[in-house]
Design a binder for this molecule. Structure first.
Ligand SMILES: C[S@@+](CC[C@H](N)C(=O)[O-])C[C@H]1O[C@@H](n2cnc3c(N)ncnc32)[C@H](O)[C@@H]1O
Length: 228
């Protein structure tokens, strides 16, 4: 796919199913939908943003690419202003995981096995995974990438109607556990370091025994899963 996308967005694009109409939520400049449509991966797209400024950026990018007939820009809080069922693949990239989980919880039409949810949380990926596990979605695959020492995870999920039984570490590593590629292993190691730092800080402060115990359980499970 194109060099016009950075490494992170190229990874997101690789999760889009060829032939699908995409909705890019929080699109900002609409680089991703423009690239997907101009490369012929997607026949059409919705480029959505909460704010006027980013949406104007999106409209300019779409116009400059000559794709106004194929990409609709939509001012929308999450999926609120989109017609239900309008897209096959729905992308949430470059936003925090807590916000992504909240937007997912408001979009009932994603509860369709044919719709793919693609998420690239900039933080709190565990909140996205946990929401998916507890709300009838299955995570089909994940991948990690590093760009200038910053690690990113992208995941794809679809609705099955069945919740997933969750062990303590699963929200923190998802299907990255068991992957052998260096980026996945590096991202998991960084996550483990963060968890240990938080546990150590809590232990030193002796402030929240319940959270400390929870983190200890997460770390035990995490280390076990990383060894498999
Ligand atoms: C950092 S940019 C990410 C742009 C692009 N998706 C990417 O990954 O490079 C985040 C965008 O999400 C938009 N945003 C924030 N909250 C939103 C919401 N509730 N609904 C839709 N868009 C939102 C912001 O206005 C901003 O343009």
């Amino acid at each position: 796919m194109s060099n016009q996308l950075d490494v992170r967005l190229r990874l997101v694009a690789s999760f889009v199913r060829p032939g699908s109409v995409v909705a890019d939520i929080g699109t900002d400049h609409a680089y991703l939908p423009v690239q997907l449509v101009s490369a012929g991966i997607c026949p059409g797209a919705y480029a959505c943003d909460l704010r006027e400024g980013p949406l104007q950026n999106a409209t300019q990018t779409v116009r400059a690419a000559g794709l106004s007939d194929k990409i609709q820009t939509v001012l929308s809080d999450g999926l609120d202003a989109l017609p239900p069922g309008c897209a096959d693949d729905v992308i949430f990239a470059g936003m925090g995981g807590i916000l992504i989980a909240e937007l997912l919880s408001r979009a009932a039409w994603l509860e369709n096995p044919d719709v793919r949810v693609i998420a690239q949380p900039m933080s709190h990926a565990e909140d996205v995974r946990l929401w998916l596990f507890q709300n009838g979605f299955t995570i089909d695959d994940e991948a990690a990438v590093f760009d200038r020492h910053h690690g990113y995870v992208v995941l794809a999920a679809h609705y099955t109607g069945e919740n997933t039984a969750v062990t303590p570490a699963m929200p923190y590593g998802g299907t990255l556990f068991g992957k052998s590629d260096p980026a996945a292993k590096r991202l998991l190691s960084l996550q483990l370091q963060r968890l240990k730092k938080r546990r150590d800080a809590l232990q030193n402060a002796q402030s929240d025994p319940d959270e400390t115990a929870r983190l200890c359980a997460v770390i035990d499970d995490f280390e076990r899963r990383m060894q498999v």
